[in-house]
Design a protein around this ligand. Sequence first.
Ligand SMILES: [Fe+2]
Ligand SMILES: [Fe+2]
Length: 314
Amino acid sequence: MSTTGFFRIRLTTIRANEPLPFDIFISLDQKIIPYLNKDHSLKFEKIQSLHAKDTGESFFVADTDKQLYRDYVKQSMNSNLIHNDQKATILRESSMAILEDLYENPDVSKALEESKPIISDLLKFMTEAPDSIGNLISLSGHDFYTYNHSFDVSIYSLGLGQALGFDAKTLEELGQSSLFHDVGKRMVDLSILCKKGALDENEWVQMRQHPQFGLKILNEHPNITDAIKAACFEHHESWSGGGYPQDISGTEIHPFARIVALTDTYDAMTTQRSYNVPMTPSEALNLMNGKLKGRFDPEMLKAMYSILFKMDAA
Ligand SMILES: [Fe+2]
Ligand SMILES: [Fe+2]
């Protein structure tokens, strides 16, 4: 179905009983048709029931209203009437729409530029509402897996970057690196990405090429920093060696890639997917600090412990 000219939104980002500043559309029989006109409103119960049925693919706003939508979300984030836990949901669900756009936009430089507001919103929220950070993490890994995963990895990475004392500029670049670390999965067959069940040998061969694919994509665009490229190309390397694609080790691996290696593994182990039972945070950390210990930068692993302990407590 063509959705050119529109972007997906989630209804949980819509405020009930308030006139909307933009039109909302739905997809029906392969077409996008108007659902609710500007200046109309939705009742709370209606939003809840529609959202419960939404697979994440049903509601759209016109590209021409993108800035209006972003301003609308910003108002919610600044409102005193909305609880921080609710704000976390809004931040996450509105970023998902933008992320989807980023992953599909052929102009990666532009997408990277557009990702900056997401990172600054995240950092602001993490500073202002540290008790609600846990609510930013997705509960379900079933829809939009790559986007959810990239978003979660970014939150963990930013938390880790903060714990390691990175300055604002570095955190911004780290956030972008994390959001785009799996950009190479764009070139992996969808049948492999969405496969319900374990991959066979051949499928793994292709899957394990996503760091190279990612580097290729990033190299095609000017002005992309070495750090962003390194996070993409080196995040499956291992501190003690034996990772891929280059089999480098220790400080040869860029610090951002060492961070993403940690947060990526942690997110993969703790997220529910169709074919696995997710580990609890402490099970995952125990495994990372036990059997998998050699894979990670020891200082970073220690810092990861402290931030997850904080998140868990919240
Ligand atoms: Fe990856
Ligand atoms: Fe990943």
